[in-house]
Design a protein around this ligand. Structure first.
Ligand code: SAM
Length: 196
């Protein structure tokens, strides 16, 4: 079975655009076959962005892990006027993300990286709508290894469905981080984690 994160050079292209408005800014996202949530902005991703904007006033730099076509990182980077590094393993998603960085005029950079493999900096905010379909090992690596890439007062924010194991992940992460459930909506949890 092909997953949205599989690199398949033979995959047809049917480019489309998605418009999204936040804080009076209209964003345009190029999307295509073979990427996550290709026809609309994912509800969980929107919830994560809303929660962060509601709870954080500013930040200097963001890392979006599993960025897809760049929705989370691009909206936050535009509204906070800050740098954002966006990483993924799906080459088509990264190509779209690059186009979307240019289209929405943000200070962003997209980079191929399996989890944090090609990341070296530290960040105020690490954000993720993690790839559940990639399996628990990848999801845990994204969430647990974030601690090595956070600035002193930095935080990891992620969104996960309750029925995709949010509660057990929360329990496991609580051994390592101070975790807080910031929002709950339609079965999605938004969780903030800070290094102890
Ligand atoms: C649930 S999607 C979220 C996409 C995007 N952030 C959004 O909100 O629309 C998860 C993303 O993680 C990416 N991914 C899967 N395995 C990965 C890995 N090992 N390292 C980095 N990204 C990965 C997928 O390609 C996919 O784009």
């Amino acid at each position: 079975m092909e997953h949205y994160f599989t690199n398949n050079k033979d995959l047809k292209s049917e480019m489309r655009t998605i418009n999204f408005e936040k804080n009076g800014i209209v964003f345009t996202f190029f999307s295509d076959l073979g990427v996550f949530s290709k026809d609309h902005i994912d509800y969980g991703s929107r919830l994560l962005v809303d929660s962060i904007l509601h709870n954080c006033d500013s930040c200097e730099n963001i890392l979006d892990v599993g960025c897809g076509y760049g929705f989370i990182g691009i909206v936050l980077s535009k509204i906070f006027s800050c740098q954002c590094l966006m990483v993924d393993v799906n080459e088509r998603a990264l190509h779209l993300c690059n186009k979307n960085i240019t289209k929405n005029k943000v200070l962003g950079k997209s980079l191929f990286s399996n989890c944090y493999e090609n990341v070296s900096d530290k960040f105020d905010l690490i954000v993720s709508n993690p790839p559940i379909r990639a399996g628990k090992k990848v999801v845990l690596s994204i969430l647990k290894d974030a601690s090595n890439f956070l600035n002193l007062d930095g935080s990891l924010w992620f969104v996960m469905r309750k029925d995709q194991g949010a509660k057990s992940i929360l329990k496991e992460l609580s051994l390592q981080y101070n975790c807080e459930v910031i929002d709950k909506s339609k079965g999605f949890y938004v969780i903030k984690a800070k290094n102890r």
